[in-house]
Write a protein that binds this ligand. Structure first.
Ligand SMILES: Cc1ncc(COP(=O)(O)O)c(C=O)c1O
Length: 416
């Protein structure tokens, strides 16, 4: 019996149930992943006990020799992995990283210009209900209605007309390569700073599977927990001249004491991302996404922009079944042990509860060791479950097949 089971059986039972849920479902959420045992171990460590307000060797409390060491190691690894001048590893999340970067050099009321949420952007890029959309003026670019891809000429035209103080590149639901070089040129021409949010694609960038934003950007933000396969949290990278402003914006600007146990886990996952095996993993995320997209297309589904270059794709449900919406599709799929999320597609004609898309991603299933053949199998399951004439028996049959595959490919928790 573990000490948790002895001391708090209710929480222990919930955790055991989550372990079972994860082991018996396939996570196809593009922002999801399974971090490895050493990352979990560092996260569940003694460092959670230590208050460490400030930065390495500049703390407000004594007794920080070990937190200093671990945070400095994490900073050094982040800088080395991404080739950045400066790294701040304290943000509690991707959203916190973005807020700190706005706060670092923008006054309230300044204008930020990012991707439209309904076309694949993120809440923290100026959505009206998010603090980024309340404190700053906003402008949003979208994708081209025909190609469903970013149109760099149109973004340039908008940036020159809107004159934002900060241009934001990066997305939560965009299946194509982002041309960070072109964003950099636009920012220079429009006289604004460029922030690239690589929350989704950080693991691909780290492994050379997506073009690198760092040389073109004033700031780069990321989460640790998506393709990068670390603990839940965020990181900011920036040019040396913004280092002080960024550090001040994180603490004392928007946060108090850092989560040093999470920073230790970030350090572990950054070292994993430097390992040659991570390159193989990131390549497999993309080849699996390509295989899944090809299989969905072959079954007659339309994908936004016609496919994917990265780890995710958006399925237009109306292309097969005009009455099917994302909420119903994701509910049905989760009954079959396939976990996906409902998502708007660009120019979605429907409302929030009835979005006409689902988003599929391959980081987590690739971590479980699935390959291209399995992607074909997954596409076939999705197709069977979403057919309008299917029955509870069909869903139960698919669920049994998915669980069989899950048993063959357990969630790994060992190190390389
Ligand atoms: C592009 C992008 N930025 C930021 C975030 C925010 O990350 P967090 O949920 O850690 O705040 C996300 C999360 O999905 C994202 O997709």
């Amino acid at each position: 019996m573990t000490s948790l089971e002895k001391c708090d059986p209710q929480v222990a039972a919930i955790l055991a149930s989550e372990v079972k849920r994860q082991s018996e479902t396939l996570d196809l959420i593009s922002s999801g992943n399974h971090c490895r045992g050493p990352v979990m171990e560092a996260m569940g460590s003694v460092l959670t006990d230590k208050y460490a307000e400030g930065y390495p060797h500049r703390r407000y409390y004594c007794g920080n020799e070990n937190t200093d060491a671990v945070e400095q190691l994490c900073i050094d690894r982040a800088k080395a992995l991404f080739g950045a001048d400066h790294a701040n590893v304290q943000p509690h999340s991707g959203t916190s990283a973005n807020l700190a970067v706005y706060m670092a050099c923008l006054k309230p009321g300044a204008k930020i210009m990012g991707m439209n949420l309904a076309h694949g952007g993120h809440l923290s890029h100026g959505m009206h209900l998010n603090i980024s959309g309340m404190v700053y003026k906003t402008a949003h670019y979208g994708v081209d209605p025909k190609t469903e891809r970013l149109d760099m000429d149109e973004i340039r035209r908008m940036a020159l007309a809107e004159r934002p103080a900060r241009l934001i590149a990066g997305a939560s639901a965009y299946p194509r390569t982002i041309d960070f070089g072109a964003f950099g040129e636009i920012a220079r021409e429009a006289g604004c700073m460029l922030m690239c949010d690589i929350a989704h694609i950080a693991g691909l960038v780290a492994a050379g599977e997506h073009p690198d934003p760092v040389p073109h950007s004033d700031f780069v933000t990321t989460t640790n927990h998506k393709t990068l396969r670390g603990p839940r949290g965020g990181i900011i990278l920036c040019r040396a001249k913004y280092a002080e402003a960024v550090d001040r914006a994180v603490f004392p600007g928007i946060q108090g004491g850092p989560l040093e146990h999470v920073i230790a886990a970030k350090a572990v996952s950054l070292a994993e991302a430097m390992h040659p095996a991570f390159k193989t993993y990131a390549k497999a995320i993309r080849s699996n996404a390509t295989a899944l997209a090809e299989a969905m297309l072959a079954l007659g589904w339309r994908l936004v922009s016609g496919g994917t270059d990265n780890h995710l794709m958006l399925v237009d449900l109306h292309s097969r079944y005009p009455n099917l919406n994302g909420a119903e599709a994701s509910t049905r799929l989760s009954k079959a042990a396939l976990v996906v999320n409902s998502n708007p597609i660009p120019f979605d004609p429907t409302s929030i509860s009835k979005w006409s898309g689902i988003r599929l991603g391959t980081p987590a299933v690739t971590t479980r060791g699935l390959g291209a053949g399995h992607m074909k199998q997954i596409a076939g399951w999705i197709d069977r479950v979403l057919a309008p004439n299917n029955t509870e028996t069909t869903i139960a049959a698919v669920r049994a097949e998915v669980i069989d595959l899950c048993r063959l490919h357990p969630v790994p928790n060992s190190s390389y």
